[in-house]
Design a protein around this ligand. Structure first.
Ligand code: COA
Length: 202
């Protein structure tokens, strides 16, 4: 079914420090704003993200077109944070395929100047809720974070993700290596076994 219109969700959020932002779904004209948003992470050391090369508008348009199709087809959800005509945050949940299609990957990023105000938590909560509603049969969400990224790891734990593994030295920044920490959140309630996972030692 591909009946979802672009940008069904759009509303204001006031952060705990009074900052006002808009949470909304993406639309086809967002490519330039999204490109500017993601390219700002390239110059940030230990940004928490994979990106280390600027993306160009042509590639960003292709990426966005693919995402809009996935949203229409309920393979994924994306919420953006907008303020003063700029995109300053993005959160995605993206269904995996075939035998792991009951699972999805999640990712989140906020521009540097709006971190630590509760916006990331609100954004991740709302994106997961949207995924639950739209993506039928979704049972589990996984995400990865570099081990230096305490803010992200804390946020994910707060929202019920548990550590299930780690890939040693998966991230190389300059000459330094960092581990990748794999976390999952089980969306199904198992009455007898709790959430079905135990937090593994970090
Ligand atoms: C990770 C990120 C999404 C968190 O969003 P945020 O808006 O900064 O976080 P919030 O203000 O909503 O805080 C939510 C929780 O995160 C944790 N947290 C926030 N700031 C923290 C800090 N400086 N140190 C450790 N934990 C922190 C806390 O558990 C906090 O809950 P609390 O407010 O009850 O203490 C955001 O900082 C970000 O985009 N960082 C850069 C990109 C990135 O790392 N993305 C994730 C890749 S895995």
């Amino acid at each position: 079914m591909s009946w979802l219109q672009h940008g069904v969700i759009r509303h204001e959020l006031t952060a705990r420090d009074g900052t006002s932002v808009v949470f909304r779904e993406p639309k086809p004209s967002d490519a330039k704003l999204l490109m500017d948003f993601i390219n700002a992470f390239v110059a940030e050391p230990m940004s928490g993200l994979l990106i280390n090369k600027r993306v160009h508008l042509k590639a960003e348009k292709v990426w966005l077109r693919g995402w809009l199709a996935d949203i229409r087809n309920r393979k994924g959800v994306m919420l953006l944070v907008e303020a003063d005509g700029r995109i300053i945050g993005n959160c995605t949940v993206s269904r995996l395929v075939w035998k792991i299609s009951h699972m999805a990957d999640a990712g989140i990023a906020l521009s540097k100047n709006i971190r630590g105000r509760g916006i990331g938590e609100a954004l991740l909560r709302e994106t997961i809720e949207l995924a639950r509603k739209r993506m039928r049969g979704l049972e589990m969400i996984q995400l990865k974070a570099f081990d230096y990224n305490e803010r992200a790891l804390d946020l994910y734990r707060k929202l019920g993700f548990v550590v299930v593994g780690r890939i040693p030295r998966a991230n190389k920044e300059g000459t330094d290596y960092y581990d990748d920490v794999l976390m999952v959140k089980n969306l199904k309630e198992f009455e007898k076994t709790g959430n079905g996972f135990r937090d593994q030692p970090m």
